[in-house]
Design a protein around this ligand. Structure first.
Ligand SMILES: Cc1cc2nc3c(=O)[nH]c(=O)nc-3n(C[C@H](O)[C@H](O)[C@H](O)COP(=O)(O)O)c2cc1C
Length: 364
């Protein structure tokens, strides 16, 4: 199954392996993607990753989360992005641009311009965002639509709306961060509305057939004893269903927000039972929707990858393993039993992404 092709909307992907979106800290200060970013994606394409999802790219300056993050808020970035997609398309890989607004996790934005559905203090940064006005919301919808149009012009095969990890769209779908009482808050349908409105804007502007997928939080990851009620099952299943109805062509299932720490990229995945830590959510979502479900989070061994095709997911997505081994797909094809990644999280490196674990074999 792992090496069989799959269709996402009308697009064929040559195998079931996805490089999950991974920020590189390698863009110019104004968000322009660099040749060094292109080097990473070309290396992955050369090594037969079926689908590459870029690091998160901000759709508006107010939604920037970290220094040297990629941005797509201006037509100026179309040409440098085109240079990257051209390099990837020399090979049989597809590349999607992940687009994001940082929302309450826009950590390099002036404190009084941090936007969120509601003014709920972020206990990890100590900052309280400004509740968005109707005009802020409409402008953000337009920003996501314009970013998608730029991505299409730059030759991307599709975009992924970042609706996970506590960033703006994720904070709209979560009852912990969305306390609104208007049409953008309250019911699950209202909390999902900003995403479905972005979808209709995209369809009007770039047409019916440009693939748009979503990476969504299935859980914000709060401990049941924390007293905080975040997004979790069964609401995430309802949201997935609304996204499918809204025209989303695939769903990548993830979890965690800044306030819940390492829920997203769990450390020390050193046994089979720790792998695929969002699998129960993926199974519930896959049981409801009829579009491909992509599972991310701690998948390391061939055994677990194969197991996930038995009802949990249609594609296997990884981030940290591909930082350590860009040629992992080839190794798996040649019989490797597992990725070598030890999930030490030293790859979160603001100096530029790299595997910083010492394997003692002279490799970086
Ligand atoms: C260095 C680093 C940067 C990341 N950047 C992004 C990002 O830009 N967008 C995103 O959706 N997830 C991002 N993630 C999360 C991963 O895509 C993935 O969901 C998470 O690491 C769990 O998968 P893994 O166990 O295969 O690493 C990042 C993870 C790492 C390690």
């Amino acid at each position: 199954m792992l090496f069989e092709p799959i269709n996402i909307a009308d697009m064929t992907v040559s195998n079931r392996l996805v490089r999950s979106a991974t920020n590189e800290w390698l863009a110019e200060d104004d968000g322009t993607p660099t040749e060094a970013i292109g080097d990473i994606y070309e290396e992955l394409a050369k090594n037969e990753v079926g689908l590459i999802i870029t690091g998160y790219s901000y759709v508006d300056l107010k939604g920037k989360s970290n220094d040297r993050q990629q941005g797509i808020y201006d037509d100026r970035s179309i040409a440098p992005y085109r240079a990257i997609t051209t390099r990837v398309h020399k090979y049989d890989s597809r590349i999607f641009l992940q687009i994001v607004h940082g929302g309450r996790q826009s950590l390099v934005t002036d404190s009084d311009s941090i936007l969120a559905p509601s003014a709920v203090k972020d206990t990890s940064s100590g900052k309280t965002p400004v509740a968005m006005s109707q005009e802020d919301i409409q402008q953000t919808i337009r920003d996501f639509v314009a970013a998608t149009r730029r991505a299409k012009d730059a030759g991307f095969d599709g975009v992924q709306l970042h609706c996970a990890h506590g960033f703006l769209l994720s904070s709209f779908i979560s009852p912990y961060t969305n306390k609104r009482e208007d049409q953008w808050g309250g019911s699950v349908e209202n909390r999902t509305r900003i995403i479905t409105e972005i979808m209709s804007g995209i369809r009007k502007t770039v047409g019916e057939d440009f693939p748009v997928m979503v990476k969504m939080n299935a859980t914000d990851g709060f401990d049941v004893f924390s007293g905080k009620v975040g997004l979790d099952a069964p609401e995430c299943v309802e949201i997935a269903s609304l996204l499918e109805k809204g025209g989303v062509c695939a769903i990548e299932v993830s979890g965690g927000i800044f306030e819940t720490g390492e829920v997203m990229a769990q450390p020390d995945i050193d046994s089979l039972d720790k792998e695929a830590y969002f699998k129960r959510y993926a199974k519930m979502i896959r049981g409801t929707v009829n579009i491909p479900v992509i599972l991310v989070g701690g998948i390391r061994s061939r055994f677990v990858m194969d197991l996930m095709f038995k009802g949990y997911a249609d594609m296997i997505s990884m981030s940290r393993p591909f930082i350590s081994e860009p040629d992992l797909v080839i190794k798996l094809k040649n019989g490797a039993e597992s990725a070598r990644c030890v999930s030490c999280n030293q790859c979160f490196d603001p100096e530029g992404i790299r595997c910083n674990f010492d394997f003692g074999d002279g490799m970086p």
